[in-house]
Design a protein around this ligand. Structure first.
Ligand SMILES: *Cc1c(COP(=O)(O)O)cnc(C)c1O
Length: 727
């Protein structure tokens, strides 16, 4: 689907006019020929920014004219265009037959670091979901927001304090374009707020064949307060947050309608965007459909994904605030506010507005993002269908002691079939390292991408890849990670005014390209327990510094800018890294974003994950590492219980559970040290063949099962197609 846009100014010679399309279609983020072409335009600028729109805006006309006559460049340009055209016209294999597209609503998207409109896993998942929709030709349109100040950039002070920087972004430099409405002018949608109307400009990010509409209230016609509605992702102010959620829901539907798009199914990716259903109700009521019938119809073709058992993902509001904002809508719907309130409450006649509760009631199919997560969510919401108040833990669905949530899931009461599982997966073309991708091309033939979900194919494939070649490809990816860490840490130390020798040490000597390298990168939310590794510093010191068998760790992660506990974790991990016994062997990189994630998951030897079970809904970073041949060493939480088979990685804690989180942490830490000492380190250093067998077991089991094509086909079969068929 192609959305009309306001064209950018023309600066290119006619022979290169399609370069604009290459630069603005995010297909380049998963297509090597386009990136190779960009690198030839201006190697230094491309290396510095990694954003093709910068090339368009900063490379002078005489350079473009020279390129138009440069044979090497023209060949690369031709290859890039051919790859794009092949993608855009590739056979559609989604099997989705309904008339209109699937409309997908999400607060954040992570396609590439040059378009920072995400905070973490949910965004990357949405980015991978849209890329995959384009790959398999699913008719699909996304809706999201464009944030003027984005999500904060993390810098660390010399004492490890996290500093949160909110840059002011210039959307003109991003690979997004304003959507053209009537007469070619910028498309604007209007959303009513109490006593005023707010306008939102509609932009589009073109993701291969999939457009994603992005709303932006920072337009001169709005009052200053309203211009700031789309300033920050996940701002904490309750009222602004409610405005954002009204905007994406109601404004999103209006943007689709303005473009003549009639979706056949709707996907609420997390409850934040649930108000789109209010707009759809209003449309039906206006056409004279009775309220109950309208509610049945909008639910019938709506799919809802709930992502996390922690409170941040299950947003709540004071009913009074919601009444201020939705009283007029209720009048238009011909209902009392009380009725909307009852639809939005977890329990009858009491408690706050809960967006997850509302989403459950206005959709017909709901899923969690791993089998374990679906089970936990089912238990969390059991009372919701039974009305039962018997079970105490059900009264506190977000209990901080996650263990109890898990151990109480043995039952299958009414409603227990209401939350299905679609386990997350990752976009292979985005996350597989270039050296490994080239190796697959060589050993498996170029069509391996047609067999992504075929487990037998991947088992057989491993026999076709010579051990030596796999090791060599991995070594290159790892060398790039070490180089990347050196640059980042040297730059940080220079900024900290460290002694020149320290900066130099970081730049040339930090980490060892041959040592066993373990990665840990995630949001520093307390339940992810980033400091578990440091539970017994003496034992850790022995592990990292044994002669002939060195071990090193690379950490990265941001704590939410309002999360004091998480920021304290960042500070503590930083300070451990600075201790003499760990300095240079354990590092913490600033600003965990897609660029950092890419280097880490492609370069490490082992991926470490030790959350407090069962609070990790799925986790996808371990999947990214797993397809690159880095086995997971993880607590059996999220996706890992579905993948772990004893040969493709390690399970921390052996599934044992304790009610007391402190005791659990002691148990898990001891288990982690034991695994490192007895198995991981010896296997890595004693037997290359045994290690490569583990790498291959990881690729062969993780790739076919936990890629985003498998995930999206599950959504089509279980969610989208049945939903579209219900109306
Ligand atoms: C993949 C990814 C995540 C998700 O990581 P999990 O901790 O495994 O959920 C978060 N942030 C970035 C930048 C990622 O690339």
């Amino acid at each position: 689907m192609q959305i009309p846009t306001v064209p950018p100014p023309v600066i290119l010679p006619r022979e290169l006019s399609r370069f604009t399309q290459l630069a603005y279609n995010l297909h380049w983020t998963w297509s090597a020929p386009a990136r190779d072409c960009f690198a030839l335009v201006c190697p230094a600028l491309w290396a510095a920014t990694g954003n093709p729109v910068d090339l368009l805006q900063q490379v002078p006309p005489e350079r473009w004219r020279a390129l138009a006559g440069n044979v090497k460049f023209l060949r690369a340009y031709g290859r890039a265009l051919a790859a794009l055209d092949t993608h855009l016209s590739a056979p559609r294999t989604s099997g989705y037959e309904a008339r209109g597209p699937v409309a997908y609503f999400c607060m954040e998207y992570g396609w590439h670091e040059c378009l920072p409109v995400m905070s973490g896993g949910l965004g990357v998942l949405a980015g991978d979901h849209t890329k995959t929709a384009s790959d398999i030709g699913l008719p699909f349109v996304g809706v999201g927001m464009l944030y003027r100040n984005g999500f904060f950039i993390q810098r660390l002070a010399p004492d490890g304090r996290q500093m949160n920087i909110f840059p002011r972004h210039d959307f003109g430099r991003w690979p997004v374009r304003p959507v053209a409405g009537k007469k070619g002018r910028e498309l604007i949608v209007r959303v009513e707020l109490p006593l005023r109307v707010v306008l939102a400009k509609v932009w589009v990010a073109q993701v291969g064949r999939v457009p994603v509409l992005l709303l932006d209230t920072d337009v001169p016609q709005n009052m200053p307060g309203d211009r700031a509605i789309t300033s920050q992702l996940y701002c904490r102010g309750r009222e602004v947050r409610l405005c954002q959620e009204r905007l994406i829901g109601i404004g999103g539907v209006r943007a689709l309608r303005a473009l003549g798009i009639a979706p056949s199914a709707w996907h609420l990716n997390e409850g934040h965007c649930v108000f789109l259903q209010i707009e759809r109700l209003r449309e039906l009521r206006k056409r004279g459909v009775k309220f109950d019938e309208a509610r049945r119809r909008i639910a019938a073709n709506t799919v809802f994904t709930t992502h996390t058992p922690v409170p941040a993902g299950n947003e709540q509001f004071d009913p009074k605030l919601v009444e201020d904002y939705f009283a007029a809508d209720c009048r238009a719907l011909g209902i009392q506010f009380k009725q909307l309130l009852e639809l939005s409450r977890e329990r009858p006649r009491t408690g706050p507005v809960n967006l997850t509760a509302l989403a459950l009631r206005v959709s017909s199919w709901t899923n969690g993002v791993s089998k374990l997560n679906a089970k936990v969510e089912k238990d969390m919401w059991r009372h919701f269908w039974t009305g039962s108040r018997r079970r105490k833990e059900a009264d506190a669905p977000c209990a901080s002691n996650g263990t109890r949530l898990l151990t109480s899931t043995a039952t299958n009461g009414p409603g227990s079939d209401r939350i299905q599982a679609v386990t997350n997966g990752v976009h292979v073309d985005t996350w597989l390292g270039p050296e490994l991708a080239a190796l697959f091309d060589d050993c498996l033939g170029p069509d391996w991408k047609l067999s992504l979900c075929d487990a037998a194919f991947w088992r057989a494939a491993m026999a076709k890849i010579p051990d030596k070649a796999l090791w060599a490809a991995h070594a290159k990816q790892k060398a790039r990670l070490v180089e990347f860490c050196r640059e980042r840490i040297a730059a940080m130390r220079a900024r900290h005014s460290a002694p020149p020798q320290d900066v130099l040490d970081a730049a040339v000597a930090l980490l060892c390209p041959n040592a066993l390298t373990i990665g840990f990168a995630r949001r520093f939310a307390p339940y992810k327990r980033a400091d578990l590794l440091f539970s017994d510093p003496k034992r850790l010191q022995r592990i990292v510094s044994r002669a002939g068998r060195p071990v090193q760790f690379v950490f990265a992660g941001k704590a939410h800018h309002e999360d004091g506990g998480g920021q304290e974790l960042v500070r503590r991990v930083f300070q451990w890294c600075e201790r003499p016994e760990f300095r240079g062997r354990i590092v913490l990189l600033e600003e965990y974003d897609i660029a950092v994630a890419r280097q880490l998951v492609q370069g490490v030897d082992v991926w470490l994950n030790n959350p407090q079970r069962p609070l990790e809904a799925s986790g996808t970073s371990g999947q990214k590492a797993g397809i690159n041949g880095a086995p997971n060493c993880s607590v059996l939480d999220g996706w890992w219980p579905e993948a772990y088979d004893g040969a493709n990685g390690w399970d921390i804690g052996a599934g044992r559970e304790f009610a007391d989180p402190k005791r659990q942490a002691r148990h898990d830490a001891a288990s982690l040290y034991g695994l490192l000492e007895r198995d991981i380190v010896p296997r890595f250093y004693k037997s290359r063949a045994a290690w490569i067998a583990t790498m291959k077991a990881s690729i062969a089991t993780v790739l076919p099962q936990f890629n985003s094509e498998r995930m999206l086909r599950d959504y089509v079969e279980q969610g989208y197609a049945p939903a579209a068929g219900r109306v």
